[in-house]
Design a binder for this molecule. Structure first.
Ligand SMILES: [Ca+2]
Ligand SMILES: [Ca+2]
Length: 92
């Protein structure tokens, strides 16, 4: 009886697992490059704290990939990255 209660309690108090879809590396894209960071903060800093969090970096990284992947093969090459960076610098 006590054992069952303990089992129920330990299940109930376990922290919720982090969403599997979060990519912790997405945020590095913006920490590494101020041009991308500035661009991302305009649209994706949803809580307005001036920083791109891991959660906020997910849609931002997807949007950057859409913007940068000129030939649509699903990968951003260093060349495409530089072109996208120039585009952002010129436009934003
Ligand atoms: Ca934020
Ligand atoms: Ca590409």
């Amino acid at each position: 009886m006590v054992g069952l209660l303990l089992t129920v309690l330990s299940v109930a108090t376990q922290p919720a697992p982090a969403p599997a879809s979060l990519n912790p590396h997405a945020v590095e894209l913006f920490e590494r490059d101020w041009v991308l960071d500035q661009w991302a903060r305009r649209t994706f800093d949803t809580n307005g704290d001036g920083r791109i969090s891991i959660e906020e970096a997910q849609p931002a990284a997807l949007a950057f990939k859409d913007l940068a992947d000129g030939d649509g093969d699903g990968r951003v090459t260093p060349y495409e990255y530089e072109r996208a960076r120039e585009f952002i610098l010129a436009r934003y």
